[in-house]
Design a protein around this ligand. Structure first.
Ligand code: NAI
Ligand code: MG
Length: 353
C-alpha cells in the first residue's frame, strides 16, 4: 500500500467548507484504486488561530510542514478579524517563500455545462506557468522626495536561474502533454529584462526540439486569451504577466469557484502546495453553497504531482460529467449545494469504477 502524507490547512471561510469535501473525494479515489491511501493531518492555522496565538502558524510551523508529501490548502483571510496583508503574509506567502515554490501553475479549460462569458467558446485547455518568486514583484526600489519632486522607483529582478527554471518547467510540461509552449514577452517596450527573457527562451528551446513554440507580446496575448483561447497549450510568463493572464483564464472559464492552482517546489527539496485560486469568500461562508469544484480540481493537480496521473484524469472527467448534467452551484447557474455537488462526483466515481 502506497501512502501519501498530506498536510491539510483548510484556513478561513469557505476553505473550511470545500476542503473536507475534496478530502472525501480523495478518499473515494483511494478506495477505488485499492493500492493507495491518504494520511491527512489537519492544521487549524487561520485567522481565529491568529486571534488566539498572535500568529498565523506556530513558530516551528514551517519545520512541521517540511516532512509532508504535499500541502493541501483551502483559503486564507478574514478581514473582519485580521488585516489581509497580515494573514496572507503570515501563512500563505510564508509557505510559498520558505519552501521555494518558485513556479505557480494554473490550468484553464472549457467545461461542458459551464457558462463561459465568451459568446461562442471553442474548447480550450491551457496551463499558465507563472514565475512565482521574482520578476516585477520585487522589493527592490524606494520613494524619495515629496510633492511635485516625488520619485518612486520599482526594480524588476530577472535572474537567469529563475527564468530558466520557469521555462524548463513549461517545456517539460508541454512535452508531457504533447503540446507546445507560448512565451509571454514585451521586448518591444521593456528593453532590458524582456530581451533577456526572450534570449533565455531561445536558449532553453534548443533542448526541446520536438516542442513547437511561439512568442507574443503580453498585450496581444491577453487579447488572444479572449478571442482565441483554444490556440494555447502551455504559456510561460513572468510573475506579473502570469498573474494577469491567469485571471483572464479564470474569467473565461466562467467562475472563480472553479479555478485550481499549484505552487511547485521544482527541486523537490520541500513540499509543494495546492490551493484553489479563490479566496475565503466571507460573503457566502456558512450558507453551504460554495462551489467545491475549484478545491476538487486542485486535488487533481496534487494527484498529478504525486504521480497519480490516471486517477487525476478520471476525476477530471467525472467532474465535467457532473457539471454537464447540470449538478452545479449557484455561482455557475445551478441550484445544488456544496455537498450535493461533491456527493454527485463521489457517486459517479463509484459507479464508473
Ligand atoms: P474571493 O475569491 O474570496 O471572493 C470573490 C467573489 O467570488 C465573492 O463574491 C465570492 O462569493 C465568490 N467566490 C469565491 N469562491 C467561490 C466559490 N468556491 N464558490 C462560489 N463563489 C465563490 O475574493 P475576495 O472576496 O477578494 O477575498 C476574500 C478573502 O479571501 C480576503 O481575506 C482575501 O485576502 C482572501 N483571499 C485569499 C486567497 C488565498 O487564500 N489564496 C486568494 C484570494 C483572496
Ligand atoms: Mg491575481
Amino acid at each position: 500500500m502506497k501512502t501519501f502524507d498530506i498536510a491539510v490547512i483548510p484556513g478561513d471561510g469557505i476553505g473550511k467548507e470545500v476542503v473536507p469535501e475534496a478530502l472525501s473525494v480523495l478518499n473515494t479515489l483511494a478506495e477505488i484504486h485499492g493500492g493507495l491511501a491518504f494520511q491527512f493531518t489537519q492544521f487549524p492555522w487561520n485567522c481565529e488561530y491568529y486571534i488566539e496565538h498572535g500568529q498565523m502558524m506556530p513558530e516551528d510551523g514551517i519545520q512541521i510542514l517540511q516532512g509532508f508529501d504535499a500541502i493541501f490548502l483551502g483559503a486564507v483571510g478574514n478581514p473582519q478579524l485580521v488585516p489581509d496583508h497580515v494573514s496572507l503574509w503570515g501563512l500563505l506567502i510564508k509557505i510559498r517563500r520558505e519552501f521555494e515554490q518558485s513556479i505557480n501553475i494554473r490550468p484553464a479549460r472549457y467545461f461542458e455545462g459551464l457558462q463561459s462569458p465568451l459568446v461562442h467558446p471553442k474548447a480550450f485547455d491551457f496551463i499558465v506557468v507563472r514565475e512565482n518568486s521574482e520578476g516585477e514583484y520585487s522589493e527592490v526600489g524606494g520613494r524619495i522626495h515629496k510633492d511635485e519632486d516625488e520619485i518612486a522607483i520599482q526594480n524588476a529582478v530577472f535572474t537567469r536561474k529563475g527564468t530558466e527554471r520557469a521555462m524548463r518547467y513549461a517545456f517539460d510540461l508541454a512535452r508531457e502533454r504533447n503540446g507546445h509552449v507560448t512565451s509571454a514577452t514585451k521586448s518591444n517596450g521593456i528593453v532590458h529584462s524582456m530581451p533577456f527573457w526572450d534570449e533565455v527562451f531561445q536558449k532553453v528551446k534548443v533542448d526541446y526540439p520536438e516542442v513547437k513554440t511561439a512568442s507574443y507580446h503580453i498585450d496581444a496575448l491577453a487579447a488572444y486569451f479572449v478571442t482565441r483561447p483554444e490556440q494555447f497549450d502551455v504559456v510561460v510568463a513572468s510573475n506579473l504577466f502570469g498573474d494577469i493572464l491567469t485571471d483572464i483564464g479564470g474569467a473565461i472559464m466562467g467562475s472563480i469557484g472553479i479555478a485550481p492552482a499549484a505552487n511547485i517546489n521544482v527541486n523537490g527539496k520541500y513540499p509543494s502546495m495546492f490551493e484553489p485560486v479563490h479566496g475565503s469568500a466571507p460573503d457566502i461562508y456558512g450558507k453551504g453553497i460554495a462551489n467545491p469544484v475549484g478545491q476538487i480540481w486542485t486535488a487533481k493537480m496534487m494527484l498529478d504531482h504525486l504521480g497519480e496521473v490516471e486517477l487525476g484524469q478520471k476525476l477530471l472527467e467525472v467532474m465535467e460529467a457532473v457539471l454537464a448534467d447540470g449538478i452545479k452551484t449557484v455561482d455557475i447557474g445551478g441550484i445544488a449545494t456544496t455537498k450535493e455537488v461533491t456527493q454527485a462526483i463521489i457517486q459517479r466515481l463509484k459507479n464508473d469504477k
